[in-house]
Design a protein around this ligand. Structure first.
Ligand SMILES: Cc1cc2nc3c(=O)[nH]c(=O)nc-3n(C[C@H](O)[C@H](O)[C@H](O)COP(=O)(O)O)c2cc1C
Length: 159
Protein backbone atom coordinates (compact mmCIF):
# COMPACT_ATOMS: atom_id res chain seq x y z
CA UNK A 1 0.00 0.00 0.00
CA UNK A 2 1.48 3.35 -1.07
CA UNK A 3 1.53 5.50 2.06
CA UNK A 4 2.33 9.09 2.97
CA UNK A 5 2.52 10.87 6.31
CA UNK A 6 1.29 14.45 6.29
CA UNK A 7 2.08 16.31 9.48
CA UNK A 8 2.59 19.63 11.18
CA UNK A 9 5.09 20.03 14.00
CA UNK A 10 6.00 23.27 15.77
CA UNK A 11 8.55 21.83 18.17
CA UNK A 12 9.56 18.46 16.75
CA UNK A 13 7.39 15.94 18.60
CA UNK A 14 5.14 15.09 15.66
CA UNK A 15 8.17 15.19 13.37
CA UNK A 16 9.83 12.49 15.49
CA UNK A 17 6.76 10.25 15.21
CA UNK A 18 6.26 10.96 11.50
CA UNK A 19 9.84 9.97 10.72
CA UNK A 20 9.64 6.78 12.82
CA UNK A 21 6.43 5.73 11.07
CA UNK A 22 7.88 6.58 7.65
CA UNK A 23 11.00 4.55 8.32
CA UNK A 24 9.03 1.55 9.54
CA UNK A 25 6.65 1.24 6.58
CA UNK A 26 8.70 2.88 3.84
CA UNK A 27 6.32 5.82 3.52
CA UNK A 28 6.93 9.33 2.22
CA UNK A 29 6.54 12.34 4.52
CA UNK A 30 5.06 15.74 3.80
CA UNK A 31 5.62 18.39 6.47
CA UNK A 32 3.11 21.24 6.45
CA UNK A 33 4.81 24.63 6.84
CA UNK A 34 2.77 27.79 7.46
CA UNK A 35 4.16 30.91 5.74
CA UNK A 36 3.88 32.71 9.08
CA UNK A 37 4.10 30.38 12.07
CA UNK A 38 3.61 31.18 15.75
CA UNK A 39 6.68 31.70 17.98
CA UNK A 40 8.26 28.49 19.33
CA UNK A 41 8.75 30.01 22.80
CA UNK A 42 7.36 32.67 25.13
CA UNK A 43 3.81 33.34 26.33
CA UNK A 44 2.60 34.40 22.87
CA UNK A 45 3.10 30.84 21.65
CA UNK A 46 0.07 29.53 23.54
CA UNK A 47 -2.00 32.66 23.09
CA UNK A 48 -1.59 32.94 19.32
CA UNK A 49 -1.62 29.21 18.62
CA UNK A 50 -4.58 28.47 20.86
CA UNK A 51 -6.55 31.39 19.43
CA UNK A 52 -5.79 30.37 15.86
CA UNK A 53 -6.96 26.79 16.55
CA UNK A 54 -10.16 27.91 18.31
CA UNK A 55 -10.96 30.36 15.48
CA UNK A 56 -10.52 27.54 12.96
CA UNK A 57 -7.99 29.59 11.01
CA UNK A 58 -6.37 28.22 7.87
CA UNK A 59 -2.85 29.64 7.69
CA UNK A 60 -1.33 29.94 4.25
CA UNK A 61 1.20 27.15 3.68
CA UNK A 62 4.53 27.31 1.87
CA UNK A 63 3.87 23.81 0.49
CA UNK A 64 3.15 23.86 -3.22
CA UNK A 65 2.85 20.09 -3.72
CA UNK A 66 -0.14 19.12 -1.55
CA UNK A 67 -1.95 17.52 -4.50
CA UNK A 68 0.54 14.64 -4.52
CA UNK A 69 -1.38 13.03 -1.64
CA UNK A 70 -3.97 11.91 -4.17
CA UNK A 71 -1.37 9.45 -5.51
CA UNK A 72 -1.35 7.51 -2.22
CA UNK A 73 -3.65 4.76 -0.87
CA UNK A 74 -3.06 5.46 2.82
CA UNK A 75 -2.72 8.96 4.21
CA UNK A 76 -1.54 9.25 7.82
CA UNK A 77 -2.09 12.69 9.33
CA UNK A 78 -0.19 13.81 12.42
CA UNK A 79 -0.82 16.87 14.55
CA UNK A 80 0.03 18.40 17.90
CA UNK A 81 -2.97 19.09 20.14
CA UNK A 82 -3.61 22.83 20.32
CA UNK A 83 -6.37 24.03 22.65
CA UNK A 84 -7.81 20.49 22.67
CA UNK A 85 -8.06 20.31 18.87
CA UNK A 86 -5.74 19.86 15.87
CA UNK A 87 -3.26 22.49 14.70
CA UNK A 88 -4.54 25.02 12.13
CA UNK A 89 -2.16 23.87 9.37
CA UNK A 90 -4.13 20.62 9.20
CA UNK A 91 -7.26 22.60 8.34
CA UNK A 92 -5.36 24.38 5.54
CA UNK A 93 -4.28 20.99 4.19
CA UNK A 94 -7.76 19.50 4.39
CA UNK A 95 -9.29 22.48 2.63
CA UNK A 96 -6.65 22.44 -0.12
CA UNK A 97 -6.97 18.76 -1.06
CA UNK A 98 -10.58 17.69 -0.25
CA UNK A 99 -9.65 14.03 0.25
CA UNK A 100 -12.39 11.47 -0.46
CA UNK A 101 -12.50 7.66 -0.37
CA UNK A 102 -8.98 7.35 1.01
CA UNK A 103 -7.75 5.12 3.81
CA UNK A 104 -6.64 7.40 6.63
CA UNK A 105 -5.05 7.09 10.07
CA UNK A 106 -4.22 9.78 12.61
CA UNK A 107 -1.69 10.43 15.32
CA UNK A 108 -1.77 13.24 17.85
CA UNK A 109 0.92 14.49 20.24
CA UNK A 110 -0.19 16.38 23.33
CA UNK A 111 1.44 17.83 26.41
CA UNK A 112 -0.43 15.34 28.58
CA UNK A 113 -4.01 16.49 28.03
CA UNK A 114 -6.65 14.37 26.30
CA UNK A 115 -6.49 13.85 22.53
CA UNK A 116 -10.05 12.54 22.10
CA UNK A 117 -11.59 15.79 20.85
CA UNK A 118 -8.64 16.42 18.56
CA UNK A 119 -9.08 13.03 16.89
CA UNK A 120 -12.87 13.47 16.67
CA UNK A 121 -12.39 16.87 15.03
CA UNK A 122 -9.95 15.35 12.53
CA UNK A 123 -12.54 12.73 11.60
CA UNK A 124 -15.06 15.49 10.97
CA UNK A 125 -12.70 17.51 8.82
CA UNK A 126 -11.70 14.46 6.76
CA UNK A 127 -15.27 13.15 6.49
CA UNK A 128 -15.79 10.95 3.41
CA UNK A 129 -12.72 8.80 3.99
CA UNK A 130 -12.30 5.54 5.86
CA UNK A 131 -10.48 5.77 9.19
CA UNK A 132 -8.30 2.78 10.03
CA UNK A 133 -6.86 3.69 13.39
CA UNK A 134 -5.51 6.48 15.59
CA UNK A 135 -2.85 6.75 18.26
CA UNK A 136 -1.76 9.37 20.78
CA UNK A 137 1.52 10.35 22.40
CA UNK A 138 2.55 12.65 25.23
CA UNK A 139 5.50 14.88 24.25
CA UNK A 140 7.48 12.10 22.52
CA UNK A 141 10.73 14.07 22.62
CA UNK A 142 10.77 13.52 26.39
CA UNK A 143 10.65 9.76 25.94
CA UNK A 144 11.80 9.16 22.36
CA UNK A 145 12.70 5.48 22.47
CA UNK A 146 9.41 4.26 23.95
CA UNK A 147 7.38 6.54 21.73
CA UNK A 148 9.11 5.66 18.47
CA UNK A 149 8.82 1.95 19.28
CA UNK A 150 5.09 2.41 19.96
CA UNK A 151 4.74 4.41 16.72
CA UNK A 152 6.52 1.73 14.68
CA UNK A 153 4.34 -1.09 16.05
CA UNK A 154 1.25 0.97 15.24
CA UNK A 155 2.53 1.73 11.73
CA UNK A 156 2.99 -1.97 10.97
CA UNK A 157 -0.57 -2.68 12.12
CA UNK A 158 -1.90 -0.31 9.44
CA UNK A 159 -0.62 -2.34 6.50
C1 LIG B 1 -0.56 26.69 20.99
C2 LIG B 1 -0.43 25.41 21.76
C3 LIG B 1 -1.54 24.87 22.39
C4 LIG B 1 -1.44 23.65 23.07
N1 LIG B 1 -2.57 23.11 23.63
C5 LIG B 1 -2.50 21.92 24.26
C6 LIG B 1 -3.67 21.30 24.81
O1 LIG B 1 -4.79 21.80 24.71
N2 LIG B 1 -3.51 20.10 25.46
C7 LIG B 1 -2.29 19.50 25.60
O2 LIG B 1 -2.20 18.43 26.21
N3 LIG B 1 -1.16 20.04 25.05
C8 LIG B 1 -1.24 21.23 24.39
N4 LIG B 1 -0.10 21.78 23.83
C9 LIG B 1 1.16 21.01 23.87
C10 LIG B 1 1.46 20.27 22.55
O3 LIG B 1 0.31 19.56 22.10
C11 LIG B 1 2.59 19.23 22.76
O4 LIG B 1 3.71 19.87 23.31
C12 LIG B 1 2.97 18.52 21.46
O5 LIG B 1 3.79 17.41 21.78
C13 LIG B 1 3.71 19.44 20.51
O6 LIG B 1 3.97 18.79 19.28
P1 LIG B 1 5.05 19.40 18.23
O7 LIG B 1 6.37 19.42 18.95
O8 LIG B 1 5.05 18.46 17.08
O9 LIG B 1 4.61 20.79 17.86
C14 LIG B 1 -0.19 22.98 23.15
C15 LIG B 1 0.93 23.56 22.54
C16 LIG B 1 0.82 24.75 21.85
C17 LIG B 1 2.04 25.33 21.17
Amino acid sequence: MKSIIVYYSLEGNCKLIAEAVAQEIGAETLELKPKKDIPTSGPLKYLLGGRSAIRKEQPELTNTDLGIVNNYDLIIVGTPVWAATFAPAIRSFSDAVHLQDKKMAFFACSGGGPTTKCIEHMKTVFNGNSFLSDISFTNPLKNPMDCTNKAKAWAKSLL
